[in-house]
Design a protein around this ligand. Structure first.
Ligand code: GLN
Length: 304
């Protein structure tokens, strides 16, 4: 497969001018991002990788981080995790509070904010230094020791994070949060602020395309069963109330973030990350989705 030619075609055919959405503006750090940014990076099982545009520029990965915290929580708890979280698509926006009450504080899935905050509770409860351990995990699977949190983004998230703070309080009232609210939201705001490039993200997600093993060393990071579960959740819940549309258009398990990043994987084959900060009304990168639709069409390779 000539991935570079396919990426070059996408780069030639598409640009920020083709989409009409808005850059996230709920915090100033995200509102400042240049709407013209556009990059894509593909990693393959033979360690070859291909790219175009701003694929090595760091951006705020936001909710893509929920896949990393889910992987860490599954390593700690195994199948017991599913006593605290459901595995159904929500059909509601990512920050919705509505389904919690009639589901007794058990979030619909780990990728809506409610679910990610329960993951955060678990990591804060069980790890000595969860922020450092998350950083160590991401640095290990990317092989990039320079990955950092963006302190400004984390501080802004904290200053405006009333809804996430409300979610934790609400879930705690319903009995599904153990720790104090403050350390849980602090960890969550930091994980959202992780600053990574498409190249880093595509590399990291190769563990989900490679049955839980690192590409270079073949070291086992996750059990194949864990990877199967996480990929299933990315397929059904990775795009909130647009999960059906993403499956329909692109046909890969994936995860988005309001920083404009999207990552998707093809089991045993490749991992692809794209970044364009212009979001559609569901909070997913508008150009990113179009580029991935083109990618699976031109390669002829999707899970369907
Ligand atoms: N920081 C954002 C929030 O918690 C992340 C949401 C997202 O990327 N979908 O609201």
């Amino acid at each position: 497969m000539d991935y570079q030619r396919i990426l070059d075609t996408i780069n030639d055919e598409m640009s920020y001018r083709d989409v009409t959405g808005k850059v996230a503006s709920y915090i100033p750090e995200l509102a400042k991002v240049d709407r013209r940014k556009f990059g894509m990076h593909v990693y393959c099982g033979d360690q070859k990788h291909f790219s175009f545009g701003d694929s090595e520029e760091n951006f705020s990965i936001q909710s893509i981080s929920k896949v990393f915290t889910l992987a860490m929580a599954m390593r700690l708890m195994g199948e017991d995790l599913w006593d605290r979280l459901n595995v159904e698509p929500s059909g509601d926006p990512f920050n919705s509070l509505t389904q919690l009450e009639y589901e007794s504080g058990i979030p619909r899935n780990p990728f809506i904010n409610a679910g990610a905050l329960v993951l955060s509770d678990i990591l804060v409860d069980q790890l000595e230094d969860p922020k450092q351990e998350l950083l160590d995990f991401v640095r290990k699977i990317t092989g990039d020791p320079d990955i950092q949190y963006d302190e400004k983004v984390a501080a802004s998230e904290k200053a405006t994070g009333y809804r996430n703070i409300a979610l934790v309080n609400y879930i705690k009232a319903l009995g599904n949060i153990k720790c104090d609210v403050e350390p849980i939201v602090d960890f969550y705001f930091y994980q959202c602020s992780l600053s990574m490039s498409c190249k880093d993200i595509a590399k990291a997600f190769m563990i989900f395309a490679n049955k839980g093993r690192m590409l270079e060393t073949n070291e086992k990071i996750l059990k194949p069963k864990t990877v199967k579960r996480i990929n299933a959740l990315m397929q059904t819940c990775g795009f909130y109330d647009e999960a059906g549309e993403f499956s329909f258009q692109v046909g890969l398990p994936g995860k988005s973030g309001v920083g404009g990043g999207i990552v998707a994987i093809h089991p045993d084959n490749y991992s692809v990350a794209v970044w364009s900060p212009i979001l559609n009304e569901k909070g997913n990168s508008e150009l990113g989705m179009k580029a991935l639709e083109r990618f699976t069409t031109l390669t002829g390779v999707s899970v369907f």
